[in-house]
Design a protein around this ligand. Sequence first.
Ligand code: AMP
Ligand code: ZN
Length: 132
Amino acid sequence: MACIFCKIVAGEILHYTVYEDSQVIAFLDIFPKVEGHTVVIPKKHGATIFDFTSDEVGVVMQGVRNASMKVSDILKPDGFTIGLNHGEVAGQAVPHLHFHILPRWKGDGGGSMHSVVSTENMRDVREIAQLF
Ligand code: AMP
Ligand code: ZN
């Protein structure tokens, strides 16, 4: 088993559990960007949301909620940034689905989701809408 997160699920790698149930585990990120930076994963291996059924993704999202509530109770942040790097191009380094929970505090200097990417010369939103 090469996947580092599968090794965490198997208990083969030291980790600091924030929340766990039968299908999901959340643990502290080993290289945190902020206090309480937490990673939430399904126990079943798969790289992206497309490798899971919608029910399975729903279970992971419930885990994200439960883990966030735990972090909220303990560290009392003012808010959260919650998201995932979906695919290598988006910065996904570990090919096992995982959501990041980043506790946010007033004045922490961080940005919003809108600071992740900004593209010039895009097609107009009405043109894109025609594709759907
Ligand atoms: P990503 O870049 O979205 O794939 O994020 C992977 C995250 O997993 C990074 O923030 C890493 O710091 C974190 N990470 C990698 N290995 C471990 C580990 N053994 N325990 C906890 N977090 C880890
Ligand atoms: Zn895995």
